[in-house]
Design a protein around this ligand. Structure first.
Ligand code: KG4
Length: 342
């Protein structure tokens, strides 16, 4: 029987990832993360491209082996074309082009943000998972983006609201940095917040029009609180770390959910999903469950493995495009940014 086997390649930031999907079902998903950036407190683009170059061949090799297939069986190669760091994207793009030429199979380009949303359609066991129905709303929250996306189909996604400054992940990471936590700070805040009181501190919340977000005011108010308190007590952060994390986390989640509630109400769409790296956050996941119960939403929360950057989401996006024969020309080049239509 003919199988549609798609190899997905992701290299938009600091994770080199490859995955194989067979007829929509995940067969392998291998990721090499780059620890080299930790000491710099953020991703260093030049170092990221070099590490991708080192990782890409072993990662692809492992993904094909783990899928239990031979490369000659692949139907198409899907790759992240953007948005992301250009030097990083170039590694995955060039590799995908070369490999598709060598195997004489189609090449499929994937938008990284669209792929985060499509992560909801990855099946791990044939026919088992509940998947969103169109149209649905997706809160897409990562280190670089905070958006509310109206998803009409696999190919038709509209950004109806987005951050006008920092992304939610950036707010987590930057506040973590001023507390002296390692990079990326989001997961550390999540962990410490579990022992803290979310009502201990109050931070400013933005008054922004429409479904848009802003996190720069929160970041500043967090910074000022620390600066003022540390003048009085230099051990303020150490002594209040859990409460600071819990209060900050609750504020970020409240900001995110408020606009989502507004969008659900206005558009009368009760299928609501969350995606992106920040959707790994336990408090945001809980908020989805609670709001779902309270407002009668049908909620979709991805497995943690598909929240941060991974190639499984690229492979599933590539699979849908492959089925509709949307192939990519070899002359296409990566892009760093995107418009409002994903
Ligand atoms: O989607 P992603 O892997 O990369 C981008 O494409 O941006 O998201 C990374 C972001 C980082 O800001 C990281 O701190 C955040 O996701 N993150 C979290 C958690 N896990 C990852 N933020 C809060 N709580 C978490 N558990």
């Amino acid at each position: 029987m003919h199988r549609n086997l798609i190899l997905g390649i992701e290299s938009s930031c600091d994770d080199t990832s490859a995955a194989v999907i067979c007829d929509g079902v995940l067969m392998s998903n291998v990721t090499a993360s780059q620890s080299v950036h930790e000491q710099y407190g953020g991703v260093v683009p030049e170092l990221a491209s070099r590490a991708h170059q080192q990782n890409i061949i072993p990662v692809v090799d492992q993904a094909i082996k783990q899928a239990g297939i031979d490369k000659s069986e692949l139907s198409a190669i899907a790759f992240t074309r953007g948005p992301g760091l250009l030097g990083s994207l170039l590694v995955g793009t060039s590799f995908a082009k070369g490999f598709s030429q060598a195997l004489n199979i189609p090449l499929v380009e994937v938008n990284h943000l669209q792929a985060h949303v499509q992560a909801h359609f990855i099946r791990q066991v044939e026919g088992e998972e509940k998947q969103p129905e169109f149209p649905f709303l997706c809160l897409l929250v990562s280190g670089g983006n905070s958006q509310i996306v109206l998803v009409r189909s696999h190919a038709d996604m509209e950004v109806i609201g987005q951050t006008i400054d920092d992304a939610a992940g950036e707010a987590f990471d930057k506040c973590a940095k001023v507390m002296g936590l390692p990079y990326p700070g989001g997961p550390y805040i999540d962990k410490l917040a579990k022992q803290g009181n979310p009502k201990a501190f109050k931070f400013s919340k933005p008054q922004i029009a429409d479904y848009n977000y802003s996190f720069s005011g929160l970041k500043t108010s967090f910074l000022y609180l620390l600066r003022d308190e540390m003048k009085i007590n230099p051990d303020f952060v150490k002594e209040n770390l859990n409460d600071l994390c819990a209060s900050l986390q609750e504020t970020i989640v409240d900001i995110l959910m408020k606009k989502l509630v507004q969008a659900v109400r206005d558009l009368k769409i009760k299928q609501v999903a969350v995606a992106g790296g920040v959707s790994a956050n336990s408090s945001l996941r809980k908020a989805f469950v609670d709001y779902g119960k309270k407002f009668g939403w049908e909620i979709y929360i991805p497995p943690v493995a598909f929240t941060t950057d991974n190639a499984a989401m690229i492979a599933i996006s590539g699979y849908f495009k492959y089925l509709s024969h949307e192939f990519c020309d070899l002359k296409e080049v990566p892009y760093a940014r995107v418009s409002n239509v994903l």
